[in-house]
Structure formats: structure tokens, C-alpha cells
Design a protein around this ligand. Structure first.
Ligand SMILES: [Mn+2]
Length: 349
């Protein structure tokens, strides 16, 4: 179900033209950024900085992220100017840029670390997203392509336009690499149902631009810390099966992180593991988090398997105040993990 007000009202060429003469740009994305979020924002910042250096203008773009950050974030960011806000940190934002671009989300709840800052500046904001829901008041300019597997597809086209290139295959490798990473991760490294001819064409162009996909895969997906494996063991140990083993829940509590020495970002991808079981239609990871005021809330990550009897987890997440995509969605429930489990099971059955 798509929000009728949540739709495109501009084009990528108009966004490229709008960004052209801006001297300062802040590029934002959702909290706990994934590959698509970091890939799309880094690529855009690099393209804007490259364009400004070429023209001799003083235009400079930087990316802001709200943690927890994934293990590979420093590797992907390299020397690009980024600012990271850790969870529970109350940041002081004083920068007053000429333009703000929000990528891979348009939902206030996913950008709450800098929501007050952005609310005072939405007049110069633009959202580029591929999710089915968003808050139209985050930006007057919106480009929403819900058919895109990753926002990096749109970001690749925007970078091409900003740099005036004929093809994404002509992008500099340091711009192509984060874009490829975003497309690869949002498609489960080209496994999920969202893979299309357009996805493969863009990915092919990015490889032609010099991306070393094997090195990128090794450095990001095969470079876990041992603590992540210990946390995975906890998650698997918590496994519960419902509805004739078609629904799987895994849960993590604050003590699981402490006792395994894992970081909050270490649970990324766990929710995909149960999908390998034939009977499983829906997999959920519930992570209980203690807020600074000691109250408990639970983050839900939901995945469903494709096929004729596929469950639309976006609709399930919406019942709990969240959203996302048909096969991957999430929600945040202001309750402990046991209460949240009961509410999720009710929403699913
Ligand atoms: Mn995405």
C-alpha cells in the first residue's frame, strides 16, 4: 500500500541542476545505515565534490550518519568527509548548508537524530527514496522510485548527471564502488526478487567503471569480528517457530550484546538466516533495547520469502507503526521483547 501523497514530484535531472550551484550540501540517510544508505550518500557527496573541484567553485558536500554503524563503514567512507552520531548522543548541529539531500528514507522516525535540525530547513531539502512509505513533509522535492531495488540505482543516475557523463560506466571508480555495494547489498548480492534487468545493467556499468567486486565482497561480507559469530549463536539459540514452522522469531536482549562483546550493528543479516529453511515464509529478528531513561523498546526486522504465497511484511510492519518493502520491513515497538513478540504474532496471523 502506497501513501497517495508519497510520490515523485521532480526528476533526477532537475535535482542535478538544483544541486549544481549549491556551495554547501549535507547528505543524510536513515539511522543504522546499511549498504544502500551509505553507498548512495557517499557516491553523491563524492560526485558533488568532484564536480565542484572541476569547476573551481567552493562547493563541498559531506555525509552525516546516525549509528550504530556497520563494521565496514570506515572502509567504505575512506577519506570522504563524514560525521557520525552515536545512539544516545545528543548532537549539536550548527551547519547551515544551502542544500540537504536525504537518501534511502523519507520518514521522520528514521532520521530522528537530526530531525529538529532538518525541520528548520526543509525549504532546501530533497528526498530520493525507493520505499513504499514516507512523510511528504520531510522535503518539498521528492524523487521516489519504488520499482528500484536500491536507491543506489537512482543515485548512480544522479551522479552521472552531475558529472555530465554518457554512462554510469564512465563514473570514477571511487564513486562506482559504493553504488555497486548498495545495489549488491539491497539485492542480497543479486539473489532477491527485486533483481531486474535494470539492476543488472547498472551493476554491469559499475563493474565496467572498475569496481573490484571480489575485493569488496571479501572486505565487507567476509570480515566479521568473532563477537558477531558469538552473537549469531545467541540469536539462533533464541529461535522460536510458529504456525507450523512457517514463522520464525529470533530475539536479542541487551545482555546478549554485553556478554558476547558484540556491537549493536553486529546483528545485521541475522534475520535472513532462517529463510534458508524450506517451510519458513517469514523471519523476524526482535532486538530489545534499553533507552537512556531505562524504558525498554524493541526493534523488529522482518523478511519474507518470495513465491505465490509470499507474505507482504510491509503491511505487517505498518500494523505495528513501521514499514519498508514487501519482502523486507521493520518497526519499532515501545514495549519489551515478549510483549512485542505477542503483538507481532497477532499481526502475522
Ligand atoms: Mn535501500
Amino acid at each position: 500500500m502506497t501513501d497517495p501523497d508519497w510520490k515523485t514530484n521532480t526528476t533526477l535531472s532537475d535535482i542535478a541542476a538544483w544541486l549544481k550551484d549549491k556551495r554547501s550540501v549535507v547528505v543524510l540517510t536513515h539511522a543504522k545505515p546499511d549498504g544502500d544508505a551509505m553507498g548512495s550518500t557517499l557516491a553523491l557527496a563524492r560526485a558533488l565534490n568532484l564536480a565542484s573541484n572541476t569547476s573551481g567553485a567552493s562547493s563541498k558536500a559531506e555525509c552525516w550518519y546516525a549509528g550504530p554503524m556497520p563494521a565496514w563503514h570506515k572502509l567504505l567512507a575512506g577519506s570522504t568527509k563524514v560525521r557520525t552520531v552515536e545512539p544516545n548522543e545528543t548532537p549539536e548541529f550548527t551547519l547551515d548548508p544551502e542544500a540537504i539531500v536525504v537518501l534511502d528514507t523519507g520518514t521522520w522516525g528514521q532520521i530522528d537524530a537530526y530531525a529538529d535540525w532538518l525541520r528548520a530547513r526543509t525549504d532546501r531539502a530533497c528526498v530520493i527514496d525507493h520505499h513504499l512509505q514516507g512523510d511528504p513533509d520531510t522535503a518539498p522535492m521528492r524523487y521516489v522510485d519504488t520499482s528500484a531495488a536500491a536507491v543506489c540505482q537512482s543515485s548512480a543516475e544522479l551522479c552521472r548527471l552531475i558529472l555530465g557523463l554518457d554512462s554510469a560506466a564512465d563514473l570514477p571508480t571511487d564513486i562506482a564502488e559504493p553504488l555497486y555495494f548498495g545495489i549488491a547489498t539491497d539485492t542480497g548480492w543479486f539473489k532477491h526478487g527485486n533483481v531486474s534487468a535494470a539492476v543488472m545493467r547498472t551493476a554491469g556499468d559499475l563493474l565496467a567503471a572498475g569496481v573490484n567486486h571480489e575485493r569488496l565482497y571479501q572486505a565487507t561480507e567476509m570480515n566479521d569480528r568473532p563477537a558477531r559469530l558469538r552473537l549469531m549463536a545467541r540469536a539462533l539459540d533464541s529461535l522460536e517457530m510458529h504456525e507450523n514452522e512457517s514463522i520464525v522469531f529470533m530475539s536479542l536482549r541487551p545482555k546478549d550484546l554485553v556478554e558476547t562483546g558484540a556491537a549493536p550493528g553486529d546483528s545485521g543479516g541475522f534475520v535472513d538466516i532462517p529463510r534458508g529453511v524450506g517451510k519458513v515464509r517469514v523471519s523476524a529478528l526482535l532486538t530489545e533495547i534499553e533507552a537512556p531513561d531505562k524504558s525498554l523498546f524493541t526493534k523488529i526486522s522482518l523478511r519474507s520469502k518470495g513465491g505465490d504465497d509470499a507474505v507482504d511484511v510491509n503491511q505487517v510492519a505498518q500494523k505495528l507503526g513501521g514499514g519498508g518493502h514487501a519482502r523486507a520491513a521493520g518497526a519499532r515497538v515501545m514495549a519489551d521483547v515478549e510483549t512485542t513478540k505477542a503483538r507481532l504474532l497477532e499481526a502475522l496471523t
